[in-house]
Design a protein around this ligand. Sequence first.
Ligand code: SAH
Ligand code: F3S
Length: 476
Amino acid sequence: MEKEFIEGRQGEVLVMESTTQNSKKLFLESYGCQMNFSDSEIVASILNEEGYNTTAQLEEADLILLNTCSIREKAEQTVRKRLSQFNTLKKQKPNLTIGVLGCMAERLKTKFLEEEHLVDLVVGPDAYRDLPNLLKDTDDGRNAINVLLSKEETYADISPIRLGGNGVTAFVSITRGCDNMCTFCVVPFTRGRERSRDPHSVLKECSELVANGYKEITLLGQNVDSYLWYGGGPKKDFNKATELQKATAVNFAHLLDLVATAHPDTRLRFSTSNPQDMNEDVLYVMAKHDNICKYIHLPVQSGSTTVLERMNRQHTREEYMELLDKIREIVPDCAISHDMITGFCGETEEEHRDTLSLMEYAQYDFGYMFAYSERPGTPAHKKMEDDVPADIKKRRLSEVIAMQQKLSLQRMNSYVGKTHKVLIEGTSKKSQDYWYGRISQNAVVVFPKTENTNIGDFVLVGVIDCTSATLIGEKQ
Ligand code: SAH
Ligand code: F3S
């Protein structure tokens, strides 16, 4: 629910479903956003060709890779702490290679090799195809680094190896990078320019997933609504495209329609939507297809127009409210969630209260909430002062969290007494005798196992009770 939700996934060890004849062992741990988890599946695929199988046993690894996150200072500290735990292991096993991937690799570059002597290998998010070459260098005892960002790379032709999953839900990435330059955010610097993936390769990956028994697909990108395929290349060069390329371009609403039509029995989700790029066309496609889940993650960051301006978000409080109204009108049963930052540069009490009142207006189902963490090199770091004291950031964060808990409970209560279609995703963490799944609106449901029900089944569940985070039901 709160900030722990995203950080709760940190440090997840990724192990592949089936092992092949490979002899070398890779220990791959992913931190941060869903995109990193999806990228790790690409890395596992590239290294599988090089003779590596993943392992959950740190001690037997020949290669340790951490796919890292830079979004907040705490995320970076977690990775540093994890690295320090490999000290003894490296002493016992001098041939062990330790590498960092992802956003911290991109942000710190050679500094990583200087500051963390344990690290042999530094690879940015657009350079994973170079891993086999880089590993030749580390095998010869040299450090290796590639942090080149690309304007085209989408890894479209690489079939990800599904790691650590339930065999039922999967991510398919459709865009990489971000051009939005929100002043607080490090992502445009670590993941480079925004580019979209060929729709044919998206459709092909979805078909393979469906053929392999997957029941739910989440289309993934920093900013999915900004998806635009016109033959490849950065989004910002679209104006240089030929007339034919412009006329045949595929936008997000179109892509969503294509995937939903091709797989009517598969659930579809997407994340993340940026309010400035979300439009009516996408909402009409959502309303048209039963298999597109009625849920939008719509980060807003603040409810105050003046803060939004300082953040370089391209919309006002009122425009965001209009978008909320439109969602409620076109997709009436839609759940909406948010990301919120408290204590951004110069935030006053009045601006903070604007955030609380926007939350009430939106009636959010849930949210991910954070205290502002200044990131080196971002526009906010260069041009603004991180002047809200830590204790005030924290107090405002707890007020925002308390507000969300109240709203979540209200929203969850509105699902009680009704029957919902649920995809069974696994056994409940709290009880072996209960299944765990989600309704279309993304709320988690637990209900007692009955005979002849299995992971991957769609079942009708009557919801009889709830907490602010979980629905409790029974199979109909
Ligand atoms: N569009 C992206 C957003 C990535 S960052 C997506 O796919 O989710 C995820 C969230 O982290 C942001 O929406 C924002 O709320 C939060 N965040 C980003 N930079 C931050 C910072 N410097 N301090 C605190 N929170 C931050
Ligand atoms: Fe970051 Fe804003 Fe893009 S939050 S990922 S710069 S939309």
